[in-house]
Structure formats: C-alpha cells, structure tokens
Write a protein that binds this ligand. Structure first.
Ligand code: HEC
Ligand code: HEC
Ligand code: HEC
Length: 206
C-alpha cells in the first residue's frame, strides 16, 4: 500500500513537472511573439514619425521633401532605415537605449517644444554622429554599396571627395551630415568629433 502511494506521488509529481514545463514553453512562445511584434511595430516609419509630437513637429517636418523622402524614383530611406540598426545585436542594444527616449517623452519632457528641441539639437546630433562614426556609417551602407558605385556617373566633386575619403579614412557621415534634418547651429561637426574608431575596419570600402 505504501509503495503504491509513493508511486502515485511520483506519478503526480512527474505530471506536475510536465504541466509546469508546458506552461513555460507556451509562456515563452507568447513572450517571444510579443517581443517580436513590439520590435516590428516600433521599427516602422509610422511609429517613428507619428507616435509623438516631439518627432512629428521637428525631424519629420524637416525630413519631408529631402532626397531620402521624395525623389525621382520613389525609392526612400525612412527614419528607421537610418536610426534602427539592421543587425540583431545592435538592434537589441538600440531598443534598450530607447527607454531613455521614453523617459524624456513621459517624465522630463526634454524636447516637447520647438525651442527646447533647437536648444538640445547639437547634443542629439552629436550622439547620432558619434554612433555613426563609431560603426563606419553602417546604416548608410546598408543601402549605399560603395563597391557598386560607378564613379563615372558621379559628379567631379563627388569623385574627388570620395578619393579623399578613401585616403583619409573618412566615413559617409563625416561629410554627408544634415542630409535629413537641419544642421545644428554652432558646435563641432562630425569631422571635429573625437571618436575612437580603432576597432572599426575602414579598409573594406573607404
Ligand atoms: C534605405 C536606403 C538608404 C539609406 C539607409 C540611406 N540612403 Fe542615401 N539614398 C538612398 C536612395 C534611394 C537615394 C537616391 C534617391 C534618388 O535620387 O533617387 C539616396 C541618395 C543619397 C545621396 C545623394 C543625394 C543627392 O542629392 O543626390 C547621398 C549623399 C546619400 N544618399 C547619403 C546617405 C547617407 C550619408 C546615409 C546614412 C546617414 C544614407 N544615405 C542612408 C537610399 C538610402
Ligand atoms: C570627404 C567627404 C565625403 C565622404 C567621406 C563621402 N562623401 Fe559622398 N559626396 C561628397 C561630395 C562633396 C559629394 C558631391 C556633392 C553632393 O552631391 O552632395 C558626394 C556625393 C555623393 C553621392 C551622390 C553622387 C552623385 O554624383 O549623384 C552619394 C550617393 C554619396 N556621396 C554617398 C556617399 C556614401 C554612401 C559615403 C560613405 C560610404 C560617402 N558618400 C562618403 C563627399 C563625401
Ligand atoms: C538618411 C538618413 C536619415 C533619415 C531618413 C532620418 N534621419 Fe534622423 N538623423 C540622421 C542623422 C545623420 C542625424 C544626425 C544629425 C544630422 O546630421 O542631421 C539625425 C538626427 C536625428 C535626431 C536628433 C536631432 C537632430 O536633428 O540632429 C532625431 C530626433 C532624428 N534624427 C529623428 C528622425 C526621424 C523621426 C526621422 C524620420 C522622419 C529621421 N530622423 C530620418 C539621419 C537620418
């Protein structure tokens, strides 16, 4: 009788473990689905440009009608193309950093008026420039493949400057800043920023 009871206890313990395991796996799937959906949703142009007035009344207004928004062929680069990394690890790191954006939006209201935005613009731009210098303008290169650029079809100025870029190991953002937004007034530009790029291989292209 005792043995029978012990066996029964074992059996229910096993079953309980199975239930816990099943709930765990199911919960895992639900969580993964939610994370994935959040990632996709928060990486859309719609989300980036229209979910808070800080963006709608500042960067969006300036970006509209720049070459990356509207051009002859209609092929575009939208906010997430330049601001959300395409590779998985940098993507997750960037998404964690977005908590700071939420804090600014909900708690400190750091750029909720045009004046506040203008006042903070140099700091914000420098943050983007530093990031892009540090990764050799990775997001630009996602679309612009330098190996596939035909210098013969480029302007003389572009050709000479791109030669210079190659010689001096400059990256896209060093020269092509303020192409989607107004330029901050005063303060250093990307070429004056001291960023440690020793870990970035610039050899591949420029
Ligand atoms: C999602 C793809 C994409 C990304 C990302 C992207 N671009 Fe572009 N870019 C384009 C396309 C497409 C055009 C050409 C538009 C046209 O003229 O048809 C273009 C045009 C340009 C031009 C030519 C401007 C002109 O006046 O003709 C420059 C310079 C440029 N991009 C630099 C950059 C830099 C710097 C970055 C990164 C900060 C970047 N792009 C990110 C797709 C992209
Ligand atoms: C040393 C400065 C410099 C660097 C670095 C640089 N460019 Fe340029 N680029 C220029 C200049 C100057 C022009 C010509 C003026 C213009 O069209 O804006 C140009 C033109 C272009 C054009 C338009 C070409 C045409 O003739 O229509 C594209 C696209 C472009 N650059 C992309 C890039 C990308 C992508 C990178 C990084 C891989 C890069 N550039 C790095 C200075 C630079
Ligand atoms: C072609 C690439 C590109 C696109 C598209 C783009 N940005 Fe940017 N963004 C930049 C770069 C580069 C900077 C750094 C400052 C500069 O050079 O203009 C920047 C800076 C910013 C800043 C900091 C403030 C400032 O003006 O410097 C904000 C906020 C921002 N972008 C939001 C957006 C939003 C929202 C969109 C879509 C409406 C967008 N960006 C589209 C490249 C881009």
């Amino acid at each position: 009788m005792r043995r029978l009871l012990a066996r029964l206890r074992n059996w229910t313990a096993g079953k309980r473990a199975l239930v816990v395991l099943l709930v765990g796996v199911l919960g895992g799937f639900v969580l993964m689905g939610l994370t994935g959906t959040t990632m996709v949703y928060t990486s859309s142009e719609q989300f980036c440009s229209h979910s808070c007035h800080e963006m709608t009344t500042n960067p969006v207004m300036e970006y509209t009608t720049t070459v990356h928004d509207k051009n002859r062929t209609g092929v575009r680069a939208t906010c997430p193309d330049c601001h959300v990394p395409h590779a998985p690890i940098p993507l997750y790191v960037r998404k964690m950093g977005a908590v700071n954006d939420l804090w600014g939006h909900l708690i400190t209201h750091s750029i909720d008026t045009r004046a506040k935005f203008e006042a903070k613009r140099q700091v914000l731009a420098e943050r983007v420039w530093t990031y892009m210098k540090g990764n050799d303008s990775r997001e630009c290169r996602y679309c612009h493949n330098v190996a596939k650029m035909d210098p013969e079809k480029q302007s003389e100025q572009a050709k000479t400057r791109h030669d210079r870029a190659r010689r001096e190991k400059l990256t896209c953002i060093d020269c092509h800043f303020a192409i989607a937004h107004h330029e901050p007034k005063g303060g250093p530009g990307p070429q004056e920023l001291d960023v440690d790029t020793s870990l970035v291989s610039r050899g591949a292209i420029f």
